[in-house]
Design a protein around this ligand. Structure first.
Ligand SMILES: O=C(O)CCC(=O)C(=O)O
Ligand SMILES: [Fe+2]
Length: 177
């Protein structure tokens, strides 16, 4: 549904069917233990961007997700009960030729309570091409065609896990002047 809105808003509807046909999902239930010490032992996940196209998060009432804004500032996400967080990942950043931002995020446990979260990640099989509609003289090609699972393996096996953009490191076009 979110994908459909994205494809329609970018005028790339003709690629939607093949996108959906190559989409696959990973559902990951995550349990974060209550920290022994909420000052020094409170890291739930390290800072990262997701390697997915989209991630949908559904948590229990205990907050903890923090997202970095484009200006560098970190904000705590207060998720209203019953709602979902939808986050774009590195694959959407590359697919959209850089238009969609893959936000860096982390989980910090601030309460003396366990936290549960259900994360649904969407990935694409095979080669993903950057739609021609998203490339023109004002928006030169920034990413080469890529393999979403290749991106996952690249991230897991490389020392660049903290690089500014995994998508750029994996399949970015190197512009030489
Ligand atoms: O627990 C959360 O809210 C986020 C989990 C997360 O960032 C991830 O699994 O990639
Ligand atoms: Fe994440």
């Amino acid at each position: 549904m979110v994908d459909k809105m994205v494809f329609e808003s970018y005028g790339t509807q003709k690629h939607y069917k093949s996108h959906v046909e190559s989409t696959t999902y990973l559902l990951r239930p995550i349990k974060y233990s209550a920290p022994d010490n909420i000052i020094s032992n409170n890291i739930g996940t390290n800072i990262h961007t997701d390697k997915s196209f989209l991630t949908i998060l559904r948590q229990t009432e205990v907050n903890g997700l923090e997202v970095q804004l484009k200006n560098g500032e970190w904000i705590s996400v207060d998720v209203p009960p019953g709602s979902f967080v939808v986050m774009s990942g590195d694959a959407y950043q590359a697919w959209s030729n850089g238009r969609i931002h893959a936000a860096r995020h982390q989980v910090i446990m601030k309460e003396d309570k366990e936290r549960y979260c259900l994360a649904l990640f969407s990935f694409n099989h095979g080669t993903t091409n950057i739609p021609k509609e998203l490339v023109d003289s004002d928006h030169p090609l920034q990413f080469n065609p890529f393999d979403n699972f290749g991106l996952v393996h690249f991230y897991l096996n490389s020392a660049t896990q903290m690089s500014e953009s995994s998508a750029k490191a994996y399949c970015g076009v190197n512009v030489e002047f």
